[in-house]
Write a protein that binds this ligand. Structure first.
Ligand code: NAD
Length: 506
């Protein structure tokens, strides 16, 4: 498979972007039953580059009519069995081929996410590696999952079989467009389901490119379909559909709650939710290298412009080191200024759109009004005279009552709290409706084990932030959701157990 050379410099990425978006370069139509088609209504919406304001494309705006058509094709494909009943080892080969195609088109896929939502190209390339690894891992898992033979008397053979669910709808957000897609779609396909993907209206382009690659890899007709469009139209239609067996969602807690209602109002479809967070990062005074910890604490919030579900947005620092430590965090933050997303040196890019830009600035204003101490950032900025950028912003003296200390901002805003005792640190950390991630920095192994067990969180990072690979499940507790992406556990979510009790004695 030939691989186009990977651009290295800002100028080379700019040239590749210009080539990609020139003429009819971008696929913007829905992918239904193996072909690209306009939305039934003919409606489209704009996809805009938030770093420049440039309109990239007009994309098909699907609605309930398209959802109905896609669901009926998905069901027909599932019942037909070309994929659902294919031997797992054969499904594996197709998915590995898809991963190879993604690898061959890595620069293009990364570029689509960067142009669509403003994240730095280096970050998008990292996402692509994660997305490809996810397809490979799930493909490799599927022919190694065994059913069970239950322990019965010899007059019976009792089998526990694993079967695909049927039609799975995946609704995903815009912050890691293709990686979040992979976390949902790869295990659902590997398990033998028909999958309908609804990408975010803010980042639909890479999903449409993935559809073309999936077809090239040999996924049968109707097994993977992509419906771009808005949540309140096509997303809602999928969530209310009587023909969808499972809805796998990543997005905000508010929309997650709405989807639970839709599932209850329709067919009690299985629902997996990966929702928001306000993750605490606990720094104890016994840490050896505070410069290193401060750098990681800054990266934990400012990576991807703070548009990360597990952003370490609440920094809890033991008061004995707080002043000195905040100075180090501020210094690290100031070295992470936003830059052109097409520059491989940029650590932060643009906010995804005007709504998000405005929302983050509003939180910053509320932080100041509520009496928190602004230590860095705080004002919108531009890069090369344009774009929706916000620099790393640090508030000290935050309390749990303040909006910036409680609500998910989803932007580059760090809220710093102080604590005196381990007990107080755990209480502050768990004082949130969310429970997605938590970090803990200490050299004391007894403390590490005590605190880790007491943190109400789907994942805990000890002396790192956001560590993990495909072998680790990813998900939250409390209002951060109930599903688990990645690892072989996600395959279990997309399959059902069938109990077979066979009487042998006649
Ligand atoms: P969002 O909830 O606004 O949208 C997510 C998706 O849901 C989009 O595709 C959107 O079109 C769709 N949607 C919106 N309303 C809908 C409705 N009524 N019916 C059906 N679909 C609907 O979230 P967002 O702004 O795209 O993403 C940011 C949120 O995602 C943050 O809260 C973040 O924490 C969360 N997130 C969570 C994880 C995780 O793994 N837990 C990962 C990434 C992002």
């Amino acid at each position: 498979m030939s691989r186009p050379e990977m651009p290295r410099t800002r100028a080379e990425w700019q040239q590749r972007a210009a080539d990609l978006t020139a003429g009819e370069g971008l696929e913007t139509r829905a992918f239904i039953n193996d072909v690209f088609v306009d939305a039934a209504s003919g409606e489209t919406f704009e996809s805009t580059n938030p770093a420049t304001g440039e309109v990239l494309a007009r994309v098909a705006s699907c609605d309930g009519a398209d959802a109905d058509v896609a669901v009926s094709h998905a069901r027909a494909a599932f019942d037909g069995g070309d994929w659902s009943r294919l031997a797992p080892g054969k499904r594996k080969k197709v998915l590995l081929r898809l991963a190879d195609l993604m690898e061959a088109h890595k620069a293009e896929l990364a570029l689509l996410d960067t142009l669509d939502m403003g994240k730095p190209i280096s970050s998008s390339l990292g996402d692509m590696s994660g997305a490809i690894a996810c397809f490979r891992y799930q493909a490799e898992c599927i022919d190694k999952l065994y059913g069970e033979v239950a322990p019965t008397g010899e007059e019976t053979l009792a089998l526990v079989l694993r079967e695909p669910l049927g039609v799975v709808a995946s609704i995903v957000p815009w912050n890691f467009p293709l990686m979040m897609t992979a976390w949902k779609v790869a295990p659902a396909l590997a398990a033998g389901n028909s999958v309908i993907l609804k990408p975010s209206e803010k980042s639909p382009l890479s999903a449409l490119r993935l559809a073309a690659l999936a077809k090239e890899a040999g996924l049968p007709r109707g097994v993977f379909q992509v419906l771009p469009g808005f949540g309140h139209t096509v997303g809602k239609a999928l969530a209310l559909s009587m023909g969808v067996d499972c809805l796998a969602f990543t997005g905000s807690t508010g929309v997650g709650k709405q989807l639970m209602q839709y599932a209850g109002e329709s067919n009690l479809k299985r629902l997996y939710l990966e929702c928001g967070g306000k993750s605490p990062n606990l720094v104890f005074a016994d840490c050896k290298d505070l410069d290193r910890v401060a750098r990681h604490a800054a990266e934990a919030i400012f990576h991807n412009q703070g548009e990360v579900c597990i952003a370490g947005s609440r920094l809890l620092v033991e008061n004995a080191i707080r002043e000195a430590f905040i100075d180090k965090v501020v210094a690290a933050a100031e070295s992470m200024q936003p830059g052109d997303p097409l520059d491989p040196e940029s650590f932060m890019g643009a906010m995804v759109d005007e709504t998000q830009h405005r929302r983050v600035l509003e939180f910053i204003r509320r932080g100041q009004d509520e009496g928190a101490r602004l230590r860095a950032g705080g004002e919108a900025t531009v890069v090369d005279g344009k774009g929706l950028f916000i620099p790393p912003t640090v508030f000290d003296g935050v309390t749990p009552e303040m909006a910036i200390g409680r609500e998910e901002i989803f932007g580059p805003v760090l809220a710093v709290f102080g604590f005196d005792t381990e007990e107080e640190a755990v209480r502050l950390a768990n004082d949130s409706v969310y429970g997605l991630a938590a970090g803990l920095w200490s050299q004391d192994i007894d403390r590490i084990m005590r605190v880790t067990r007491r943190l109400a969180s789907g994942q805990v990072f000890v002396n790192n932030w956001a560590g993990g690979d495909q072998t680790m499940p990813f998900g939250g507790v409390k209002q951060s959701g109930n599903g688990r992406d990645k690892s072989h556990h996600s395959l279990e979510e997309y399959s059902d157990l069938k109990s077979v009790w066979m009487s042998l004695a006649t």
